[in-house]
Design a protein. Structure first.
Length: 476
């Protein structure tokens, strides 16, 4: 039973204060009853074997087992007592839970009715309200109306108080029933039967794994929030990948032991697979970027070589123009015009070289998020933080399509500035956007379907809970 919605604040509770599901409790009682019966049956069979009954087991193996079968039967009989005690305790608790659910529901209905009565009573006309000192005394009719309003408000307040008392009594009775059941169960376990070391280690390991999954879930959520404020940070991506892998391993171990659901494993596996797929996409995009950038670099290198050779040639031509003017071979103004054209040619070539240098710097290959040992990695990370601090928030980094967009821009520059034509980027270049969207959706889902276990918040989404139960391996 999921938490019941309603105006619980009228009863001084933020949510449904009765935690418990009668249907699940009934299933639990059935489980413990069947386990007690099975263990009792097995213990009886072992007792017969120990007493020499050969109908159950024959041969040399039976003779070897007879000496220990009675001892095992005694231990099983004690163990069946534990399961029977739990069944008895929960069976006694079940009607108290039903009663608490019924009475708390009635208390909520009483509180709603009292609140409605209070609102309607306060809406009644009060002839004594805001009355000036010079006003004549209230008439008998006005006095009666004022008294009736006051009584109605008081009755509503008393009804609200009675509703709170009714709920308090229901919760107190339920708590008492729970404490009684707990004492019965605890007493049954104080029977001298001890768990093996291996069993204790297994149970401690299960507790550790469950805690690990929950802790890593919230770490993943925290990393997602940080990634929202500082998008594209590689350190957060590495941490997120590590968290996803550990969570997958822990969820798989729990599911294999029947302590978790394979649905959680599937969701964790999809996250890990998408991280890997995203890395492959990023690497392929980078490969296209490197290939195109190499072609651009080749063109800029040739232009730089041309500029290097042009400088000396221009110097020779400028000198020749000066000498020709000095000798009177050409007019001085004509020589100066030619020299100016030569200077403009040098300026244009140098400007082109500067532009090429900036292009190469703007489109230089950035280290991938999983390559922290790259010499440029730290500087890239610092620049991403500086971008955020200076107001240059990059949504493309948030959705991990910044490299795809960078390659698209490089392709345009290569075409317009160098005449290099390349293929149109395929749609899968932007696949990481879908991966990020899934990651955000998965985090929202985890928060939404994970109950706090406080008060009545024990189950959120019934369909998800049902899916978990369906994909859960029975405990061995």
């Amino acid at each position: 039973m999921s938490a019941r919605h309603g105006n619980w604040h009228l009863l001084d509770h933020s949510v449904d204060p009765v935690g418990g599901d009668p249907i699940r409790l009934t299933a639990t009682i059935k489980y413990y009853r069947e386990m007690a019966e099975t263990i009792t049956s097995e213990a009886a069979m072992l007792t017969r074997i120990g007493d020499g009954d050969s109908t159950e087991l024959k041969g040399e193996a039976a003779d070897a087992l007879r000496s220990s079968s009675r001892k095992v039967a005694e231990s099983l009989s004690v163990a069946s007592g534990r399961y029977e005690a739990v069944r008895v305790a929960l069976t006694a608790y079940a009607p108290e839970l039903d009663l608490a659910i019924r009475d708390s529901g009635l208390a909520l209905a009483d509180a709603d009715a009292a609140e409605a009565s209070r609102i309607s009573s306060q809406a009644l006309v009060d002839p004594s309200a805001n009355r000036s000192e010079s006003a004549p005394p209230l008439t008998e009719k006005e006095t009666l109306a004022t008294d009736q309003r006051t009584v109605a408000i008081g009755d509503a307040q008393n009804a609200a108080a009675d509703a709170r008392v009714r709920l308090s009594k229901a919760l107190t009775a339920l708590q008492h029933a729970g404490e009684t059941a707990s004492k019965v169960i605890t007493a049954a376990w104080d029977d001298g039967l001890t768990d093996t070391r291996a069993y204790k280690i297994k149970q401690d390991f299960i507790k550790f794994l469950k805690m690990l999954v929950k802790v890593f879930m919230w770490i993943g959520v925290a990393l997602a929030v940080l990634a929202f404020f500082i998008p594209g940070l590689g350190a957060l991506a590495i941490a997120g990948a590590a968290v996803a892998v550990v969570a997958l391993a822990a969820s798989t171990a729990l599911a294999a032991m029947g302590e978790g659901s394979w649905l959680d494993v599937i969701l964790a596996a999809v996250t890990v697979l998408l991280i890997g797929a995203g890395a492959i996409v990023a690497k392929l995009v980078q490969a296209s970027h490197i290939k195109l950038l190499a072609q651009v670099t080749t063109r800029t290198t040739k232009q730089a070589e041309y500029a290097a050779k042009l400088g000396p040639r221009i110097a020779v031509k400028r000198a020749a123009q000066y000498n020709a003017a000095l000798k009177g071979d050409i007019p001085l103004q004509k020589a100066m015009d030619r020299i100016a054209r030569l200077d403009r040619q040098v300026v244009n070539v140098n400007a082109k070289a500067a532009t090429n240098t900036k292009i190469l710097d703007d489109f230089k290959v950035q280290p991938q998020w999983w390559r922290p040992r790259d010499p440029a990695y730290r500087g890239t990370e610092v620049n991403k933080i500086k971008d955020v601090l200076t107001g240059n928030y990059r949504v493309d980094r948030l959705v991990s399509v910044d490299r795809a967009l960078k390659y698209r821009d490089l392709r345009e520059v290569a075409s317009t500035s160098f005449g290099i034509q390349s293929k149109v980027p395929p749609a899968w270049h932007f696949a990481n956007g879908g991966r990020v969207a899934y990651s955000w959706g998965a985090n929202v889902l985890k928060i939404g379907v994970t109950p706090t276990a406080q008060g009545g918040d024990t189950s959120r989404w019934s369909a998800y809970t049902a899916g978990q139960a369906t994909l859960t391996t029975p405990k061995p």
